[in-house]
Design a protein around this ligand. Sequence first.
Ligand code: GAR
Length: 192
Amino acid sequence: MTKKIVILFSGSGTNLENIIKTLHKKSFDSTTIEIAGLICNNPNAKGIEKALKYDIKTDIINHKDFSSRHEFDTKLVNKINEFKPDLVVLAGFMRILSPIFTDNIKAINLHPSILPLFKGDKAIIESWESDMKIAGISVHYVSGELDGGKIIDQLSFHKNETKTYEAYEDKIHSLEYELLPKVIINLLSKTL
Ligand code: GAR
């Protein structure tokens, strides 16, 4: 059975590319995963160049072209629904979503901290600067509360393992590349 996903992104798109390389048109037991569409809200995102290397429909919907969050989210939801996806994946999508999105779209989000700690868009630097001895990443369902939906899975490490901020960021990203595809496979293999 083929299951379709749509990926939303805003920035450098390294998770997006990792998902394409590891999952697109690949089969896992009886489930074949197809990335039906990619949507970006930022016309200057480095990830667009990455996205265009693959033969996957890529739409840029600039949120600045809309006069309200309501209008942007309506356009986003309509575009997503054109693909009829089984699941939507937010991979570095840096927009707060209104109920127009969260009430209508089944989506998961990748977040670079051990939620519920360090919600928001500065999770990596805030967790690095905190007194916490462990750090990590989360994948959770998107809900009406920012970074507050039900946690699906997490990975962690001891901060002693990384001596510099750059190494710390790299460790976070390497865990993201490991966990997000696994979660997508697991969810799509179940009846969604
Ligand atoms: C990732 O670290 C992801 O966890 C984070 O944005 C980065 C995107 O990187 N997401 C958030 O902070 C969401 N609140 P990428 O564009 O290279 O995949």
